[in-house]
Design a binder for this molecule. Structure first.
Ligand code: MD3
Ligand code: FE
Length: 203
């Protein structure tokens, strides 16, 4: 396992998980979930996404993976980063700058996210903070090379992961959503929030 990987199991109390879910529903009203497509092939993701914060991560066939200030379908700016996400980042990230992007991933049962490295941020030294809500996910994390050995673990509703140091550039992905394991999300499935610093802080 890579240095810099922290799994804070059961970090968020149920009341905070509910508040975060309500927050997500409000963001989605302003900034609807949509299905990104892969660079070049145009193959759709099975996961649906949206963002809040100054910058949002998007992908499509012609433009590829990138951060931008507007929703690709509505053309509007992303909703502002809620204070409770700024507070969570301040509590766990140990980084001298605020998160600029919160990517919201919605996993229906049967969806997955293939193994990848998060490298679209200019400031890859900053940590990524991940929040899991809803059904359990089978998650894998490996090393800096695609073929490195992988560790599998279950991410449960209320877990927070902090990826810093070496782990920040490790391959990882979501293999499976275990349906019926949480009552938080009424329709079932899982929602993951990832908080990221995209640009270096001004010095
Ligand atoms: C390990 N999301 O959005 S979050 C992603 O559950 C993404 O939705 C997954 O991978 C999800 O890019 C995993 C946990 C996570 C995030 C970033 C990482 C794990 C990571 C970066 C390096 C290593
Ligand atoms: Fe990732």
């Amino acid at each position: 396992m890579q240095d810099g990987f922290r799994h804070l199991q059961g970090y968020l109390p149920h009341s905070e998980q509910l508040a975060l879910l309500e927050m997500v529903y409000e963001i989605v009203l302003e900034s609807p979930l949509y299905r990104p497509t892969m660079p070049r092939s145009g193959k759709p993701f099975s996961v649906q996404m949206t963002n809040c914060g100054e910058l949002g991560w998007v992908s499509d066939k012609s433009g590829g993976y990138r951060y931008q200030r507007t929703h690709p379908q509505t053309g509007r700016r992303w909703p502002k980063m809620p204070d409770r996400l700024l507070a969570l980042w301040a509590d766990v990230a140990d980084w001298p700058g605020e998160p600029e992007a919160c990517l919201i991933n919605q996993y229906a049962i049967g969806t997955k996210l293939g193994s990848h490295v998060d490298a679209d941020e200019e400031e890859t030294r900053a940590p990524v903070v991940s929040i899991s809500l809803g059904d359990d996910a089978v998650f894998h994390v490996g090393g800096r090379a695609r073929g490195d050995p992988k560790t599998r673990m279950v991410l449960k509703s209320g877990d927070v992961i902090v990826l810093a140091g070496e782990a920040r550039l490790a391959y990882h992905g979501i293999d499976k959503i275990n349906g019926g394991t949480s009552n938080l999300v009424k329709e079932g499935g899982r929602i993951n929030l990832t908080l990221r610093r995209v640009t270096p802080i001004e010095t």
